[in-house]
Design a binder for this molecule. Structure first.
Ligand code: NAG
Ligand code: NAG
Ligand code: NAG
Length: 356
């Protein structure tokens, strides 16, 4: 069996494409030829990584914190589920890939693509006209779809849900786009502005999708038909169910497992040993509640651990021209979730933890 003999379609198994972690095995990118693959592959990789980075940021203080080992999007992964959390992973990855491809296109990194100038010439508004270089999201959307959606080769409800969430992720890029403008006129008088459409910061796309995650909808499908696989019945059921869901909403099939507890089968670490934050002047409500959310809600207690940190201090300027500093030791309190029994059986290196 020689896979490379299939000349029309090259199935590329890109094991460990994501350098972030060996657990990342987003394989099976299906492309119509090695040339197309090579042109965009690095961009797709960077994009998927930025998606996962944003996932980790958005979920840093949640029970489920976007752990590497649950991120495999491969349909051939036995543990694959379609929970609220995987819906976010699919959406943010698809969005990351589209975002990077679009940025690359606008920056002129690809020969066959450039700014979207379709708006130029259309009427603008009071004091402004369309001009400049709009982000070519149509290009990013098309290419990212080819790469990311190709991972779903099944026709079951799971594949349909994943494809839906990929699409919702790509829509998030468009939904958060905004008009950017530049002033013209005598010495910056701004008598006329030229404007173009620009993607928001990726962080904003992350915030948008986090909100969609909170309002994600569980699909009421015939679970028995869903498990049966590729039957025509199932496909009808899938089509029918999706008619009731807006494309921009995230959807899932199964309720989430208990993220409080360690579950080796599912590759979950549980929240024991996680760091949380006690009230501080400048913390958001979300941070202030982190100990309650990660420890108390999971039946764990909060332990305080004193940690020494070294910072530069007493810096002096020396003629000429150096700055010399001393290293100062400061003791800061950190907080972690721990078992109520107080035993250190399952604790990893938290020996100096003091009970609060
Ligand atoms: C696309 O952009 C990313 C980061 O913005 C960069 O690392 C990558 O090299 C670019 N790809 C190409 C083909 O220039
Ligand atoms: C781990 O998850 C599986 C699947 O959801 C479940 O059947 C099992 O009871 C869980 N194990 C523990 C220790 O919670
Ligand atoms: C706290 O927040 C205020 C206003 O949001 C800001 O001016 C100040 O610099 C912040 N202080 C610290 C220590 O971050």
């Amino acid at each position: 069996m020689q896979p490379l003999n299939f000349s029309a379609v090259l199935v590329l198994f890109l094991c460990c494409l994501f350098q972030l972690s060996s657990a990342w095995t987003m394989n099976n990118f299906l492309m119509t030829g090695p040339k197309a693959y090579l042109t965009y592959a690095s961009s797709v990789r960077v994009g998927a990584q930025s998606g996962i980075q944003e996932c980790k940021r958005q979920f840093a203080l949640e029970k489920w914190n976007c752990p590497e080992n649950t991120l495999s999007l491969s349909p051939h992964n036995g543990m694959r589920s379609a929970t609220r959390e995987t819906s976010f992973v699919h959406a943010i990855s698809a969005a990351g890939v589209m975002y990077t491809l679009t940025k690359n296109c606008t920056a002129g990194d690809f020969d066959n693509c450039g700014c979207d100038d379709s708006k130029i010439g259309q009427p603008g508004g009071v004091g402004w006209i369309w001009g400049g270089c709009s982000d070519n999201v149509a290009f990013g959307e098309k290419i990212s779809k080819q790469f990311v959606d190709a991972l779903e080769d099944g026709h079951d409800s799971r594949a349909a849900v994943n494809l839906h969430n990929n699409k919702a992720g790509r829509l998030a890029i468009k939904a958060t786009m905004r008009k950017a403008c530049k002033c013209h006129g005598v010495s910056g008088s701004c008598t006329i502005q030229t404007c173009w459409m620009q993607m928001a910061d990726f962080r904003e796309v992350g915030n948008y999708l986090k909100m969609k995650y909170k309002h994600a909808k569980e699909l009421e499908m015939d679970k028995k038909a869903a498990r049966a696989g590729n039957s025509a019945d199932n496909r009808d059921a899938v089509t029918h169910t999706f008619l009731s869901v807006a494309t921009r909403e995230l959807v899932y099939l199964e309720s989430s497992p208990n993220y409080c507890v360690k579950n080796q089968t599912l590759g979950l670490h549980g929240t024991e040993g996680r760091e949380c934050f006690k009230e501080d002047k400048n913390m958001s409500e979300w941070e202030k509640n982190s100990c309650r959310r990660l420890c108390n809600e999971c039946g764990l207690k909060v332990v305080k651990k004193r940690t020494e940190v070294f910072t530069s201090c007493n810096c002096k300027f020396h003629w000429c021209c150096t700055v010399k500093c001393e290293k100062c030791k400061r003791v800061v309190a950190k907080y972690f979730c721990a078992h109520k029994s107080g035993r250190k059986k399952n604790q990893k290196g938290r020996n100096s933890a003091h009970q609060q």
